[in-house]
Structure formats: structure tokens, C-alpha cells
Unconditional design. Sequence first.
Length: 214
Amino acid sequence: MKNEKCWYKSVCQESCENCIRYAEMKYLLDHSGIPEKRQQPIELIAGSDYREYLKLADIKSDIENFVNNGEQLYICSKETGNGKTSWAIKLMLKYFDCIWAGNGFRQRAMFIHVPTFLTKLKDFTNPLLSVYKEMITKVDLVVWDDIASTKLSDYDVSQLLIFVDGRIVDTKANIFTGNIVSLSELTTSLGARLASRIWNRSEVIEFKGKDRRA
């Protein structure tokens, strides 16, 4: 039986029942943190950001090496709704497509909405918090979505620095998205150390197109 939510339904005619590819992709997505409504690949129209889309397409075509080499990417724009998060998810989906075979039950990447994450860190009654925090240090790739989109306390910044710095030291790949498009503004929001880790260690790609959401 064909599952309409299968990521390969357009290129595969086999039944999803007992399909290893479907099962392993589903496990990767179920444990990724990507919202369910955004787990399907979507077409993105470049518009005025054509050159930036080409750069991201190059990264996507070689995403396995991007992750294996522990590279960093910061997708930013002053505008909202022009594809920053969608591109980050697209890159993660492509990585899953590259490594699903034989993955078994191993979590490989995490999508983290930073404002929600910082709230979750303060819930010290959550018995799974320590497991969640440990997994951030272990997975191959983390997408840090909407970093510095809200006013951060010193505690928030210190926690983010621990995770981001630790992953960079361990040569783990990170993709950041945000609405800040200069190092000086990022420093004001995140402090010099964390801003430097993100801006100076990343390939920075800035979108200038307008909001495309309805």
C-alpha cells in the first residue's frame, strides 16, 4: 500500500508496507524535531536571491561532505518569510536522503527552534531534559532556527555558547538561521564570543528578497 506521505512516492511504485527506506526515513524525521507539516520537501523560487540559491544548491548537492567536515552555515535576512528556515530544512532532508540506508535507529540531526529551546532548558522538572541536551552534542547536524530573534538573557547566551562552541570544537556541523545580517548587530544580541563563533566560522548567505508567504 502506498503511503501518501512517503518522501519517495513520486519516484517509487512499491508498497510502503515493510519498506526499509520508508521506515528508516520516517525514524530520522520523527526524531529530527522538524515540525510534521514541514517534513515534506517543497519547491523554493529564487526570485531576486538567485545567486544565494545557487550557493545553497551547491551545498545541498554535497551535503554529506558538508556534515562530515563539520562545516557551518548562517542563512540570514532582515526580511521574514523568504525561505531561510525552508532552506535549512531542505538541507537536512537531503542529508537524511544520503544516509538513511543502514542507519537503523540512530538519531542523526536535530532541528531546534531557538526561542522554544531556551524555554525548554529552564524546565528543570523535565526528566528527559538531560537526554535531550546530550543528544544535541552527539548528532551530526543541528539546525539552530531563529537564533537571536528574541531578547536573550545572559543565561540564555551562556547556554547557547556551551552547545554551539562544543559542537564546533568537536567538528560537528551547524546551520543557523536568523534576521540579523551583520557581525556588529549579532554581537549586540549574542555577545562577542557566540557571535564570533556563528559569523566567523560560517559561510554567511544573506537573502534580500521580500516575504513570499501568503
